[in-house]
Design a protein around this ligand. Structure first.
Ligand code: HEM
Length: 422
């Protein structure tokens, strides 16, 4: 690909513009891996101005991203965690919603939420999810040709989150659908307004409002499972401290959003990776003891969250740039996970990769609370596929949704060829 090579050389030399990283269309048909690679090689931060919103520094190297994530005294999550929401004002949910809260208040929320989450995860693991995943994968294999997103990968986190929160089954898909819109908005790929910040914000704000109203109704749902997370959060008490109803609501919103699109897209991207690397699928079939490593490689290679923002609280220097309080950093997570300083041949999908210190769940104080559940879900899907599927064939290009927040798939048409022994 000589054109690509010369574009990358231009970029490294500073003679070629970096595409607009706020525009979701710059992330289609796939994230700008080559642009990030060139930025990593430059060793510098890249600054982008925005009209009507604060400009931001792009951070692309693993070591810089890891350092920023671990330094919560220097960098805050309370001024918005995404480019579209970080507009230079303190987020109204800061201090109440776990992901948008800095220490020391973060520690309080984390202790209260994780107490409920850990107990509920144990319950979720008790076979219900495994049985469902086996059933959905069996059906997809029986159908022969399938849209993997619809038949399997969106159903697994919808069920896991529904079980986790203690919702009746008829609520699972509805909540997942609302959570997906709240994160990615509802603008279509070919809608011109996708490039417009106000239109995107309107779309996600409307969906967030609907999700909040929906969740508020669920808090009083008569059929909430006693051991589900909603009941546990409403009752949670630690040293006399309790969550307010508003905090329960906002943290359920956080969980619903954090738990759905991420896992769905890790599973979809994982299947796509195996389809493109059939020798890796055959290796996993021969050596199922590599399953845990395969899950980690799926997480690294797909890295569902594309970016997080942090706002500078105290003067710091990152990659040679002196940063002043109030400046905005954008951490490009797939770039960290494809940094050649840490991962040899980072663009290769290799299930035996070891060590694999990926940042798909980030690092530091906000390390994903749902990581054990996310790993379980991906593992259950791979296990079910291993039982039934000899080979995976793409039937067409995957369709991605227009967003720079997560690598989101709308559909993935595949043929799953059945094992002769299944
Ligand atoms: C493959 C699936 C997942 C990925 C890649 C993922 C990734 C992440 C990342 C990167 C963060 C940190 C954000 C930051 O540093 O600002 C995070 C936080 C969080 N995640 Fe996940 N997540 C996944 C699944 C889940 C699931 C299944 C749940 C629970 C249902 C969950 C719940 C949370 C919560 C509550 C936080 C906030 C933790 C805090 O701020 O202390 N995640 N996740």
């Amino acid at each position: 690909m000589p054109e690509l090579r010369s574009a990358v050389q231009d970029l490294t030399a500073g003679t070629s513009p970096v595409p607009d990283l706020t525009d979701p269309r710059s992330f289609l048909p796939e994230p700008p891996y080559q642009v990030w690679a060139a930025l990593r090689r430059s060793g510098r931060l890249h600054y982008q101005e925005r009209e009507g919103a604060p400009g931001f520094h792009s951070v692309t190297r693993y070591r810089d991203i890891d350092r920023v994530l671990r330094d919560s005294a220097g960098f805050s999550s309370e001024w918005g965690m995404t480019l579209d929401s970080a507009l230079g004002v303190h987020d109204p949910a800061a201090g109440k919603m776990i992901e948008l809260t800095d220490p020391p208040r973060h520690q309080r929320l984390r202790r209260l939420v994780s107490g409920g989450l850990n107990r509920s995860v144990a319950r979720t693991m008790d076979g219900v999810l495994r049985e469902r995943v086996q059933r959905w994968v069996e059906q997809a294999v029986a159908d022969g040709e399938t849209d993997f997103v619809r038949s399997v990968s969106e159903r697994v986190p919808a069920a896991a989150t529904g079980l986790l929160l203690g919702l009746p089954e008829r609520e699972w898909d509805r909540l997942a659908d609302r959570a997906g819109r709240a994160l990615c908005g509802s603008l279509a790929v070919d809608d011109e307004r996708v490039g417009d910040l106000d239109a995107r914000r309107h779309s996600t704000a409307t969906a967030n409002g609907q999700l909040l109203v929906h969740l508020a109704g669920l808090l009083d749902h008569a059929e909430l499972a006693e051991e589900g997370l909603i009941r546990r959060l409403l009752d949670a008490e630690l040293d006399g401290d309790r969550l307010t109803r508003e905090e329960v609501l906002l943290n359920c919103l956080n969980l619903a959003i954090a738990g759905n699109e991420t896992t769905k897209n890790a599973t979809t991207g994982g299947l796509l990776a195996f389809a493109g690397n059939p020798e890796q699928w055959q290796r996993l079939r021969r050596r199922p003891e590599l399953l845990d490593q395969a899950v980690e490689e799926v997480l690294r290679y797909t890295t569902p969250p594309l970016h997080f923002t942090r706002t500078v609280l105290e003067p710091r220097t990152v990659a040679g740039t002196a940063l002043r309080p109030g400046e905005l950093l954008c951490l490009w997570m797939p770039s960290a996970n494809r940094d050649e300083e840490v991962f040899p041949d980072p663009d290769d999908f290799r299930i035996e990769r070891n060590p694999n210190p990926h940042l798909a769940f980030t690092s530091g104080k906000h390390f994903c609370l749902g990581a054990p559940l996310a790993r379980l879900e991906i593992r259950l899907v791979l296990e079910a596929l291993l039982t039934h599927v000899e080979s995976i064939h793409l039937l067409g290009a995957p369709v991605r949704r227009p967003t720079n927040l997560v690598t989101a798939y709308a559909s993935l048409p595949v043929a799953l060829r059945r094992c002769t022994r299944s």
